[in-house]
Design a protein around this ligand. Sequence first.
Ligand SMILES: [Zn+2]
Length: 485
Amino acid sequence: MKLAKIDIKGFISTHLATCAMLLLAISMACNPAPQLTDEAILIQNVSIIDPVNGLETQKSVVIDNAKIVRIYEHSNVPEFGNITLIDGTNHYLMPGLWDAHVHYSFEENMRGAMNALFLKYGITSVRDTGGPMDIVLPVKIASTRENEDSPSIYIAGPLIDGSPNVYNDSSPYYPLLSIENTDVEAVEENMVALVAQDLDFLKAYEMLSEPQFKALMQVAETSELRVTGHIPLSMNLFSAVENGLMGMEHLRNLEMSVAANSDELQEQRLEWLQNPEGLSGGALRSSIHAAQRMEAIAQIDSAKLQAAASLLAERGVWQTPTLALYNNFATKEYLRDAAMEQLQVLPPEVSSAWSAAMEMSGTEIDPATMAYADWMRETVGYLHQHQVPFMAGTDTPIGFLIPGLSLHRELELLVQSGLSNMEAIQAATVEPAKFLGVEQRTSRILEGYEADLLLLRENPLERISATKEIEVVIKAGKVVFREEF
Ligand SMILES: [Zn+2]
């Protein structure tokens, strides 16, 4: 009973004080000023925008060995000897952006210029969503983490298509981006050979039959690769997602799955896909889109759309709507003087080919193309309200979209569709990182994360177009761009 008379409060507070002092000593010992190489950079007195934690002001960020080494309160930065200083006063530091939908293999004359353009415009990571391995694999291999001359490149390899395949090298519009699979066995064989190579994800394409799609999903699951793609015309959204599709590009063929007469449309497609007239893959697909797309949009069934949104949200199926692509086709904003001037950044043979093609396209605005672009923005807003995740991607260099620059347009259009500025930034940073399973090391402003960073003159949380107000681009810890935009 005597023990009860011990001064418990005093005992505890003494010990707490001792513990606190010990903890302080330990944390100081664990957190001394870092040993830096002579390539280290200190960005002083900057506002940081972490896509998860948000805006924090008056920080100083130390970068070395391609990583964010330390983030200090600006008032509390130790003395560093020989270090490169960047004044971040009135500036905003955010992670480098992703373009989650690009094609290195689409335009040969563009390929060699793409990396420099991406970096100039602050794109430090990209997802190549379809191209033959002999082109995309060398591009990926050269993009090692330490290579400051290339964004980090993640590849799907070729589009995995059915028969007849769409991108079959039949014209400049349809370069050879895909593998044609005539039956299920062909899918299994081709997939086994494909996943043995250094791929980051897979892309299912539109002409696959349902059994082929399922065979693809089987191999993807065994090899632990995520699959994105277009809903095959033979299927609908619900069965594609139930079978494991984790990403959708361009919301492709969503409307056909949520139309009032979706079953009838699917029956019709299965008949057309028999291809009695022996059309090319590109022509067959175009004829089906032409016959069904606008008809479906004219009779969207709200209950089916809601069911689709719920399923996509529940499974976390990322949407990469590529709004800038459809906006460009619809508005022909590429014909505006300011846009034409921007072609100067392209290789001369590309800019002259594009100018000629733009002129050929004429100035006439097609109401159906416009209605489709409007429907896409509306649908993005709807899916976003239903918690479906999004990625920012463009399809560059398709559709006269300049590598890098076009991603900033995509961010504006995502915001116009209903994403907040922060959500648009997430769609171009942490969301693609999550899709590829690299969110623990990149696309955040946190100690230990990769130093792929943008220093902006203006706050993109207030005006999304401020992502273009780039003062400095840092890739793999090196300053790779520093001038007026
Ligand atoms: Zn594409």
